[in-house]
Design a protein around this ligand. Structure first.
Ligand SMILES: [Zn+2]
Length: 68
């Protein structure tokens, strides 16, 4: 199975501190192992994701300033 499929049906459980299979309800998703609410990314992954967005923005800003 490709890696993308692996993550598609898994979310991060803060109690298991791992990506787990989850049950989708209307308001939230829950870990099938421990029943805790799960989220799309771990906080570390989310920080890394946001940082990469910000770095990209900063790079573009610097680039446009140097145009003159
Ligand atoms: Zn769990």
């Amino acid at each position: 199975m490709p890696q993308t499929d692996y993550y598609k049906d898994k979310k991060y459980c803060p109690r298991c501190t791992d990506y787990v299979r989850y049950l989708q309800s209307l308001e939230a998703s829950f870990c099938v192992t421990c029943g805790a609410k799960v989220r799309l990314f771990s906080s570390a992954d989310k920080r890394a994701f946001l940082r990469s967005l910000q770095a990209d923005k900063d790079a573009r800003k610097k680039g446009s300033k140097r145009v003159s």
